[in-house]
Design a protein around this ligand. Structure first.
Ligand SMILES: [Mn+2]
Length: 243
């Protein structure tokens, strides 16, 4: 079985969700052939030095828990989201996870499947796409990571606060994926299935495009409960966690 999850938004302030994830790692994830984490696993990741002395043991503990699952034989893949895209070499060394690019087509138990976080499909949200282009730039990344830790933390807090403010004034539809972008992605990658998170609107959308059937799975956000997708040769199923 191949498992996929995203949008856990783990942080020390959400011990319940952290506990759910740890139970998931110790349970279903260990039985799986592969685990795909499709972004926003962490609420924020201001640089890999959160694994070092600057951090509380929170991040290191979670990375060790992920590493243990990989050491047990489950292949772990990590596709960064808009909250945790600053994961770097130390993170991958600590977890043993393999970095995936923003968009990747994989053979998921026999079906060509496009995996992505989902934010790149939200193209009606021009403000967000401008912001994304800014922070996903190599120079921005280098300069940001060179800042002292407290300043990085403060900037992330500012960015989160302004994004929360902006979201409140935005219509619900604008923050969802744009139909035209979904269509373009299906056509461009010539896949029958797409899996993403980000919007926190879990669903299976079945659509016909150019007379052919397609399915798009949206992964749930984890709060007091979680959920993941389990796929094998017979297809995918959404599973609530704990189940
Ligand atoms: Mn996201």
């Amino acid at each position: 079985m191949i498992l996929l999850a995203s949008d856990l938004h783990l942080c020390p302030a959400r011990p319940g969700t952290v506990h759910l994830f740890e139970r998931f790692l110790a349970g279903p994830a260990r039985q799986a052939e592969a685990l795909y984490l499709l972004g926003d696993v962490f609420e924020y990741w201001p640089g890999d030095d959160v694994l070092g002395d600057l951090a509380d043991p929170f991040n290191a503990r979670l990375c060790a828990a992920i590493q243990k699952v990989g050491a047990g034989g489950t292949a772990i893949f990590f596709l960064p989201g808009n909250r945790d895209f600053l994961v770097g070499a130390d993170f991958f060394a600590a977890t043993g996870a393999r970095l995936l690019p923003d968009e990747i087509v994989v053979d998921l138990a026999g079906t060509k499947t496009l995996l992505l976080h989902g934010d790149t499909l939200c193209t009606d949200d021009a403000d967000y796409q401008r912001f994304r282009a800014m922070v996903r730039n190599d120079r921005w990344r280098r300069e940001f990571l060179a800042l002292p830790w407290p300043e990085r933390r403060a900037r992330i807090e500012q960015l989160r606060a302004s994004s929360e403010r902006e979201k409140q004034g935005k219509p619900y539809e604008i923050m969802d994926v744009a139909a035209a972008s979904v269509l373009a992605a299906f056509r461009c990658h010539e896949v029958g299935r797409m899996i993403h998170g980000h919007t926190h609107r879990p669903a299976r959308h079945a659509v016909d495009i150019d007379g052919r059937p397609f399915e798009r799975w949206v992964l749930p956000e984890w709060t007091e409960r979680g959920g993941y997708l389990a796929c094998d040769a017979t297809g995918c199923r959404m599973i609530e966690w704990p189940n």
